[in-house]
Ligand binder design. Sequence first.
Ligand SMILES: O=C(O)CCC(=O)C(=O)O
Ligand SMILES: [Mn+2]
Length: 195
Amino acid sequence: MADMTREDLGDGAWLELAERWLDPADASTLMVRMVATLPLRTELVTVFGRQRPQPRLTAWHADPQCVYRYSGLELKPSPWAPELASMRDRLTNELGVPFNSVLVNLYRDGADSMGWHADDERAFGESPTIASVSLGAPRRFVLRHRETRKTREFSLGGGSLLVMGGTIQTGWQHAVPKTTRTVGSRLNLTWRWFR
Ligand SMILES: O=C(O)CCC(=O)C(=O)O
Ligand SMILES: [Mn+2]
């Protein structure tokens, strides 16, 4: 298994980062293949009663019973593509978590983003372990403590694996902010166990 750096954020929240979980060349090949083959699309979400497109493309792949509902959206699972199934099996093996779903996000450029949130839906359980694999160009990933407002940030580059665990989804939120800098596209895969 790749080198992992573990960081304790206090109150039972922790992170693990492997910057080179995938070889950079393999990460680029995988990105090209996934962008070409996965059913990535713009979803419409309802925020304060109004429908608007999410500023990124997404695909939801999971076991058939995993229907993901949030912000008025209902994502029915797409079947496992072979490269997703093998990433899932490697992660399950290395982390000992039976991942059965992945949300794939494509940030085409700096205008695509993800706002402040936590992966705290009930379907993910009490203290979920979430594995986030990044492919393509690096983007800023920021964590913010809900009460102290303390922040912690990473540049998540192609081939990296960030694991979030313990109470991190209760105590902290995270985001991928927009940027006016010229950045290449980035594909992120967040793996979860969905009950
Ligand atoms: O793109 C990222 O690094 C974060 C994605 C994320 O937070 C999510 O899918 O819930
Ligand atoms: Mn998230």
